[in-house]
Design a protein around this ligand. Structure first.
Ligand SMILES: O=C(O)CCC(=O)C(=O)O
Ligand SMILES: [Fe+2]
Length: 499
């Protein structure tokens, strides 16, 4: 055995183990330490078990990567030039009887034709923390809210009628695409019209969720000739990269190429994906933005039909299910922990964590449904951030000695029907030998922690909702999710695994 399995342990893990076994490793190289512990039967055995565990987790991660689902969905629709679309710009709020309308036709014939829109629009602000502020170094654009214009002919830019909503469901929610549609009705609501003139831009931001049901944003580009003004959308795991970054794979950063076509072009993306509009270098760029939400009544439904996953005949996802079913992946006493890739608007004081089951996006939905299809017992857990180390959600249990800048994980929500929050629990520090070990297979709550301050740069300031970080915990069926929690092994696929 020995070398390969031992090599899977990190140097820190090896030093830790060696010290606990009373082995003298002071001043020794990693190679020497490995040789020392290779002589130790107990350590060899433990390293071998770690190595097989790591191999299993790597298999899960590979299957998961192969089953990745996209974070953007794009399309284009031709427009009949003989029947242009008109934006009817109101002289005041459209609810008022006295309002008169001036039409602006698309495809836009010349820039002068845009004048009524420019006059009615106002300089766009954006949300920083709880305030809407004007900062032309961050966002330079004009906006016209949907209460100041109407589209003619009526319904001609209606995303349902145009088939855009169906495409969004098929692309962004493939894992649940076949559940009959009725439980996952998507609603696209027109929010505003954005005009970017030469030199205008909108720097990187994430869109503020306007309600807990909102999951994404749809932008329709109206045909107006321009250059520059590309929209860049980044996957949640690639927030700081540009399309030219070395290492940022092209499927993690999407960039539009609008302004040349005479039809409609559109892009939809999950609302926690960072996006930006590069400066327009010629012409005018006009977009309509829509919020994408799940219809409210579906929140009452239970978890979506897992049969749908089996019916989707996606080979990569079937392989993921098979990998999760393989003997040893899930075993008694070891839970798998998947930190969610996306953020979700959730007020944990009012809503159980389990309510986001029907809102899971992208890879999170794939993991959840694959785990369910594999027969695992699957629960969602709230991740709460704290500058205290491993502080339980319940303040009475606060550990006065822990001050490091770590995360607290709590808010177990196994039985949402009986209690709104479930009994608060926490993951114990690594040194604590709890009855169950948690192996973090994907992501880290710390990454969310770093993002957290970033999301105060929304596109609007909204007070009522915020993002929480959540993880999916998978157990063998029958295990008591309320039993005291053991240690969390972060990045279990890379670090040594505690037993
Ligand atoms: O106009 C665009 O393409 C983007 C607008 C945007 O990101 C926003 O309003 O939040
Ligand atoms: Fe935005």
């Amino acid at each position: 055995m020995g070398r390969t399995a031992l090599h899977e342990l990190t140097l820190a893990g090896v030093q830790d183990i060696a010290k606990k076994r009373g082995l003298d490793v002071a001043g020794k190289s990693e190679f020497e330490i490995h040789s020392i512990i290779a002589q130790d039967d107990c350590l060899r055995d433990r390293a071998a078990r770690n190595a097989s565990h790591l191999q299993e987790l790597h298999q899960v991660i590979s299957a998961l990567n192969a089953a990745q689902s996209p974070f953007v969905c794009v399309g284009s629709l031709p427009l009949d030039p003989s029947s242009p679309i008109a934006i009817l710009v109101g002289s005041g709020p459209i609810s008022e009887v006295s309002t008169t309308y001036t039409p602006v036709h698309f495809p836009l014939k010349n820039e002068a034709a845009l004048q009524p829109l420019l006059e009615a629009s106002k300089q766009a602000s954006f949300g920083r923390g709880h305030q809407d502020i004007l900062d032309p170094t961050y966002r330079r654009a004009l906006v016209l809210h949907s209460d100041r214009f109407v589209v003619a002919p009526t319904g001609s830019l209606e995303p349902h009628a145009l088939g855009i909503v169906d495409s969004i469901r098929e692309t962004l929610f493939p894992a649940v695409e076949n559940d009959g549609g009725s439980t996952r009705r998507i609603v696209a609501v027109l929010d505003k019209l954005n005009v970017y003139a030469e030199g205008d831009f909108f720097k990187g931001h994430v869109d503020t969720p306007k309600s807990p049901d909102m999951f994404g944003t749809l932008l329709i580009n109206l045909p107006a000739s321009h250059e520059g003004g590309q929209l860049i959308v980044r996957s949640p795991e690639n927030q700081m990269s540009s399309p030219n970054d070395v290492g940022a794979s092209r499927d993690q950063v999407y960039m539009t190429n609008w302004g040349k076509d005479t039809g409609l072009e559109w892009v939809a993306f999950f609302s926690d994906c960072e996006h930006e509009v590069l400066p327009v270098t010629r012409g005018k760029r006009v977009t309509l933005s829509y919020t994408l939400s799940f219809e409210r009544p579906m929140m009452k439904h239970g978890p979506v039909d897992v049969e749908a996953l089996a019916g989707s005949r996606d080979l990569a996802r079937e392989k993921l299910v098979d990998t999760l079913k393989a003997p040893g992946i899930l075993r008694k006493g070891r839970s798998l922990c998947f930190h969610l890739q996306h953020k979700y608007p959730l007020d944990p004081e009012k809503t159980p964590v389990s309510s986001i089951v029907n809102q899971l996006k992208g890879r999170d939905a794939v993991i959840y449904h694959a785990l369910q299809a594999s027969g695992a017992s699957v629960t969602l857990h709230l991740v709460i951030f704290s500058d205290q180390s491993h502080v339980p959600v319940d303040d009475t249990d606060r550990d006065p000695d822990s001050t490091s800048n770590k995360v607290t994980i709590g808010g177990v929500d196994p039985t949402p029907s009986s209690t709104p929050m479930g009994r608060p629990q926490m993951l114990a520090p690594r040194s604590h030998q709890g009855p169950r070990t948690f192996s973090a297979v994907t992501g880290s709550p710390l990454a969310h922690y770093l993002n957290h301050s970033y999301i105060s740069y929304g596109n609007e300031s909204v007070l009522c909702t915020d993002y929480g970080s959540i993880c999916i915990i998978a157990n063998v069926p029958g295990e008591d999710v309320n039993a005291p929690w053991g240690p969390l092994v972060e990045n279990a696929s890379r670090l040594d695994v505690l037993d």
